[in-house]
Design a protein around this ligand. Structure first.
Ligand SMILES: [Zn+2]
Length: 279
């Protein structure tokens, strides 16, 4: 009985880690023999749980930082850097999400992103583009939940640009832990796609907004000209084939003529909290 319970627990942890990080489940199985050194008879129950968690976290982080990237490169995907540099003015919106291996893209998409960031900096010095979810390092078709399409290294989400009303400085963080769920809502008279989609029964359309423990965008305003410029620069990349934003933002930013901007469909989630672009 004890063996069966242990097997169920191992399978449960393996599954959760695989869904969240793709490689975390395998790393957990590799770590299990080492965890036996921390015998629960020797320590109290909670002390052994804490020690095992710390041990696993250390091994997980080391493998994700140093072992996974070269293997992913052989698979045609590279990790986006966590922090910005002069050459690559982009950064992760959440270190936790990036440590979950959600920051991998094909080199072609990385190049387009870096070029966009450099172009934006020429007009808006000090602006660093913030990326959110990208893709996992391995296997086409492996879902990066809750996204429907981020499964091939060709998709990337980034944050909109916000400016501090008082200081005129661009905001350099996201408004929620994941970077999602804080929306630039439709104004009176604008197309209200989220409302339409929800009316049609697509309950998931605004789901991230409902579950996000978001900070209010206090004192920050959506910078229309900077976001328009950013979207134009994204679309200038020949390798970028599609961009998703909400219809009301496309209209507000007078980007109606751009054919690369598509409607993602009511089966997806709303795109007025981030920009999605893809090869
Ligand atoms: Zn996306």
């Amino acid at each position: 009985m004890k063996f069966i319970l242990k097997a169920i627990r191992t399978f449960f942890i393996f599954s959760i880690l695989t869904v969240l990080t793709q490689v975390g489940g395998v790393i957990y199985l590799l770590y299990l023999p080492f965890s036996l050194f921390v015998k629960s008879e020797k320590y109290s129950f909670w002390k052994s749980i804490v020690m095992r968690s710390i041990g696993f976290s250390l091994i997980y982080i080391l493998i994700c930082l140093f072992i996974i990237p070269p293997f992913a490169k052989k698979n045609g995907r590279v990790p986006l850097p966590f922090f910005s540099t002069e050459e690559t003015p982009i950064k992760s919106g959440s270190l936790l999400m990036s440590l979950m291996n959600r920051n991998y893209v094909k080199p072609l998409l990385q190049d387009a992103f870096f070029k966009t960031a450099k172009d934006v900096q020429k007009k808006y010095p000090n602006v660093e583009l913030i990326y959110l979810d990208a893709n996992f390092p391995f296997f086409d078709g492996f879902p990066l939940l809750p996204h429907l399409s981020h499964n091939d290294g060709e998709k990337l989400d980034i944050a909109f640009l916000y400016k501090n009303k008082k200081t005129d400085k661009f905001h350099d963080k996201t408004f929620s832990i994941t970077g999602y769920g804080v929306c630039e809502e439709p104004r009176k008279g604008e197309t209200n796609q989220p409302k339409d989609c929800e009316k049609k029964g697509n309950w998931q359309y605004s789901f991230l907004k409902k579950i996000t423990f978001a900070k209010v965008k206090k004192g920050m305003e959506f910078d229309q000209s900077a976001n328009r410029f950013l979207l134009q620069k994204i679309m200038e990349n020949k390798s970028v084939k599609k961009v998703f934003i909400e219809p009301h933002l496309q209209k507000r930013l007078t980007l109606g003529k751009y054919k690369k901007i598509k409607f993602h469909g009511c089966h997806a989630v709303r795109h007025d909290d981030h920009i999605h672009f893809q090869l």
